[in-house]
Design a protein around this ligand. Structure first.
Ligand SMILES: Cc1cc2nc3c(=O)[nH]c(=O)nc-3n(C[C@H](O)[C@H](O)[C@H](O)COP(=O)(O)OP(=O)(O)OC[C@H]3O[C@@H](n4cnc5c(N)ncnc54)[C@H](O)[C@@H]3O)c2cc1C
Length: 407
């Protein structure tokens, strides 16, 4: 990559994975970087499993992270389990699965602490011809050559620039959770560990794979099994019930896992035993802190506005079936830095970044929508459900889920 000799200054809003990729890459390409994260504490995974793709490892290395065997847990194949627990289909597909906390840890460690400002919720960003102005929580302002909005799927910066862009609820939620390897029976451990597993009972879909355990250990016996269970959930009736805590408070933007009502968890456990292969039922009912995430689609028409760039989930949210959230954020950061290194004019570089990554974002959201069409069809009529069902053979689901998409 060609370097332009400069000390341009970047503000990055959001200190999660997207922001950390951008900060590490910019810093290593001659920029001064300040990353502002509103949460005062270290961030912690919520759900934890992350599927990796070769591009992710490439960007991690460019960002200053040493990628070795401890980066994740390797599986060799995928299996689909029937409701009775027997294997109905298997295909070889080596893949490395990692955990959100591992990604956060390696990226955070690669960044000097003085560049990361925790507990700093940026309140406004204004674009200008010579610099962008960032307003801090105390009302003071700072000037930067560029602002990267890596502030997630509810990005306030995107809402200000593109108020017409809305999250679209897909009609289902993903229950997620983790269970320590040694909490599972020997039979279930033998069936599931070393595998990326699926179970597709009528109207449901669950996947699972091993990830690092506590302290990011990838040693056998110390790992955890991660599940993602998609469940049709109506927007008007069921979703509001799930989002209401025991005091009656309705958490529109997402309920903290510890506040999910006991009866909601009990109903989920009963459904697990009734609907899922016994191995998956055991994983779900032994998970330490299950949580759910409503599934949304999000697309923006462009990703750069003068000196402000949107990055990661602030711009595009693809359903988790594609397993691309973190790799997409990494790819955005890589593209941004490449364009800035090739071009002294920051605004022109951001415009080129926007062109290439908007195209990619649109394609990945569409691909993930296709993968999730079956779940979305659950509230449609019988014919539409049967149409969606036709593409939902175990072979098709195992072939297409969480693999690098070719566009
Ligand atoms: C704490 C956390 C845990 C996660 N755990 C998982 C997981 O286990 N599995 C998984 O698949 N995905 C997980 N994700 C999502 C995953 O990280 C993203 O899909 C992907 O990495 C791209 O994210 P992002 O960095 O673009 O946005 P996000 O990861 O959503 O991060 C946005 C960040 O911006 C910060 N922020 C928002 N507004 C402001 C503001 N005004 N000022 C300063 N900071 C602001 C937020 O606090 C947040 O840290 C998690 C995200 C977070 C924040």
């Amino acid at each position: 990559m060609r370097r332009i000799p400069t000390k341009r200054k970047a503000a990055i809003i959001g200190g999660s994975l997207g922001g950390l990729f951008a900060a590490n890459l910019l810093l290593r390409n001659g920029w001064e970087v300040d990353i502002f994260e509103r949460v005062p504490e270290e961030l912690a995974g919520r759900g934890a499993g992350i599927v990796t793709h070769p591009e992710l490892f490439y960007v991690l290395q460019e960002a200053g992270v040493r990628v070795d065997k401890t980066i994740g847990v390797k599986v060799e194949s995928r299996i689909t389990l029937a409701q009775d627990g027997s294997v109905v289909s298997e295909r070889p597909l080596p893949q490395i699965l990692t955990a959100w906390s591992k990604m956060y840890h390696v990226l955070r460690s690669a960044l000097p602490t003085q560049n990361y400002h925790s507990g700093t919720a940026v309140t406004d960003v204004i674009d200008g011809p010579d610099f962008a102005i960032v307003t801090m929580p105390d009302g003071s302002t700072q000037k930067f050559d560029m602002v990267v909005a890596a502030d997630g799927f509810r990005s306030s910066i995107r809402k200000k620039i593109l108020p017409e862009v809305q999250l679209q609820y897909a009609g289902y939620v993903a229950w997620r959770g983790l269970v320590d390897e040694m909490r599972l029976s020997a039979k279930t451990r033998e069936a599931l560990f070393e595998k990326f597993a699926f179970c597709l009972p009528p109207t449901e879909q669950i996947i699972g794979y091993p990830v690092a355990g506590l302290g990011n250990s990838t040693k056998a016996g110390e790992r955890r099994y991660n599940f993602v269970w998609y469940r049709a959930t109506s927007e008007d009736l069921d979703l509001p019930k799930l989002l209401t805590d025991a005091t009656g408070k309705h958490w529109v933007s997402g309920i903290p896992p510890t506040l999910i009502r006991r009866e909601v968890l009990d109903a989920m456990e009963v459904a697990a035993h009734a609907l899922l292969a016994p191995q998956f039922a055991e994983v779900v009912t032994h998970a330490s802190q299950p949580l759910f995430q409503p599934i949304f689609d999000l697309e923006v028409p462009k990703m750069a506005f003068g000196r402000i760039a949107l990055l990661g989930d602030a711009a595009f949210v693809a359903r988790p079936h594609s397993g691309m959230g973190v790799t997409k954020a990494a790819g955005d950061a890589m593209s941004l830095v490449t364009e800035l290194s090739n071009q002294a004019d920051t605004i022109a570089a951001l415009s080129r970044y926007s062109e290439s990554r908007t195209q990619f974002g649109v394609a990945i959201v569409q691909h993930a929508r296709h993968l999730g069409a079956y779940m979305q069809a659950q509230f449609k009529n019988k014919t539409e459900r049967e149409m969606a069902e036709r593409y939902r053979t175990p072979e098709a689901v195992m072939r297409e889920t969480a693999v690098p998409a070719q566009f």
